[in-house]
Design a protein around this ligand. Structure first.
Ligand code: TRP
Length: 453
């Protein structure tokens, strides 16, 4: 059996965990949701969801992981042996694997767009929608890029917790934050950005309806990586002197700032090119933005080129630090439960994800007519199953487990590091995790399933 990994420093812990949270969700999914749900008002509700639901859930997963120092499945097994709670551990591993299979497809697109923007293709095409569809519907090209990003993540994971995950995150996260800051400044300096800023800053409360609440909550969970054992696995590598509340707060803050800043990159640019709608849907990042880069910098194409290259580089880095965090829970499970070496455990997970990832990738091409759940393709079924079904269920179970099942004293000891840290946040945390989180998530879940229609 190999010695169990551990993060080396507090900074490493925050950056690796923030690396998990900051991903395609912050840029690709967040901007789509903000566009579709009316801007500033959505952002306010989103922030409330992060603070009142997201942070308590992060802390709950941290408590479970750091207390046991085990992979998710074994953590639940240790804390509640021979009980149905154990299933949550397996559910986490399964959900992680499902997410990885389709997340790697979109990460692959990002790599392709980075390569093409360096080759100056993205901002020079006539019709960026046709370009996108031409690429994603090709049977082999997207598969190739998906396999490439899977291999990148493989190479990081195989190096272990400190030498792989932590080291990579410590270099990539500061770089990513720097790129974002530079891009926000560039985006602000474009002409005609006031309208974009108004869209992001002045809430229009007439746009709020129950669905906006539910979208905001779903987005918050996805973006913070909660509900499927990913944070629990990372926390199992935390050192015993790390501060769980503070780490959760920092991660939530970084994640939310990146999401909002990417809004500041995307929307002023979108509005400054007047004929592009802000609610352009999931294609925003791959179809609308190339147009925006092209038009906004028509006089100085080199700036448009730079903007595109940096943007897709940023997206790829964010995607990679998240991919490794979805890869690791499954790898850690195989490694610790079945005694594989890290190398072999990683190989199995990578191979299993590539096989199924191919099906997800081909959902946009040769397999577009193959329906798995209802009329959804492989890709859509995987997305639906994980984000809409398994993650909310996982979130409710984590909240109930931490709030009702775990020994209150043990939770207190973890959060306050055995009474050595201040404890005024503890009762607030307990209230949120016991009552607010399960009820609120239950509401999203049953609404998504159409129970209140
Ligand atoms: N949070 C990441 C993002 O914003 C994606 C992610 C990583 C994730 N780990 C997760 C989503 C676990 C759900 C569950 O892109």
């Amino acid at each position: 059996m190999e010695k169990r990994g551990s993060f080396g420093s507090k900074l490493g812990i925050v950056l690796a965990t923030a690396g998990s949270a900051v991903g395609l969700g912050n840029v690709w999914r967040f901007s789509t949701e903000v566009g579709a749900n009316g801007g500033a008002a959505f952002i306010l509700i989103y922030i409330a969801c992060v603070v009142f639901l997201g942070v308590p859930l992060i802390v709950a997963e941290f408590v479970i992981g750091r207390h046991t120092h085990k992979n998710t499945a074994d953590a639940y097994k240790e804390l509640a042996p021979h009980s149905p709670w154990v299933l949550q551990g397996y559910l986490g591993v399964l959900t992680a694997w499902i997410i990885l299979c389709y997340y790697s497809v979109v990460s692959g697109w990002t790599l392709k767009y980075l390569v093409s923007s360096i080759a100056n293709q993205v901002t020079t095409v006539e019709d960026s929608a046709a370009y996108f569809i031409h690429f994603t519907s090709n049977p082999w090209m997207p598969v190739l890029y998906m396999v490439l990003v899977m291999l990148l993540s493989h190479l990081i994971i195989i190096r272990g917790v400190q030498g792989g995950i932590e080291k990579f995150s410590k270099v990539m996260m500061p770089l990513l934050l720097l790129i974002i800051a530079v891009m926000v400044v560039c985006s602000f300096s474009m002409p005609g950005t006031e309208e974009g800023l108004r869209f992001l800053l002045l809430p229009d409360f007439s746009k709020i309806n129950p669905n906006v609440f539910l979208s905001a909550m779903g987005q918050a969970f996805f973006s913070l990586s909660v509900g499927m054992g990913c944070l629990c696995t990372y926390a199992s590598y935390f050192t015993d002197d790390s501060k769980l509340m503070k780490t959760a707060g920092s991660v939530a803050l970084i994640d939310t700032m990146v999401a909002i800043m990417s809004g500041f990159i995307i929307f002023p640019a979108v509005f400054s090119v007047a004929n592009v709608a802000p609610d352009a849907g999931p294609g925003l990042v791959f179809i609308t933005l190339p147009n925006v880069f092209q038009m906004a910098f028509a006089d100085v194409p080199i700036v448009g080129w730079l903007f595109a290259v940096f943007f897709y580089l940023l997206l790829l880095l964010a995607a990679l630090t998240s991919m490794i965090s979805i890869h690791e829970p499954v790898t850690a499970f195989l490694l610790e439960r079945f005694g594989f070496t890290r190398r072999n455990a990683t190989r199995i997970v990578t191979a299993a994800c590539i096989v199924v990832g191919v099906l997800c990738s081909m959902s946009f091409g040769p397999l577009s007519d193959v329906h798995i759940i209802k009329d959804m393709s492989f890709f859509e079924s995987f997305d639906f199953l994980s984000a809409k079904i398994l993650m909310p269920i996982g979130g409710i179970i984590v909240a109930l487990f931490a709030g009702w099942k775990l020994d209150r004293k043990m939770v207190y000891d973890e959060i306050t590091n055995h009474g050595t840290l201040h404890s005024w946040t503890f009762p607030i945390f307990m209230f949120l995790i016991k009552w607010v989180a399960p009820l609120a998530i239950g509401l999203i879940f049953f609404n998504e399933l159409g129970f209140f229609k």
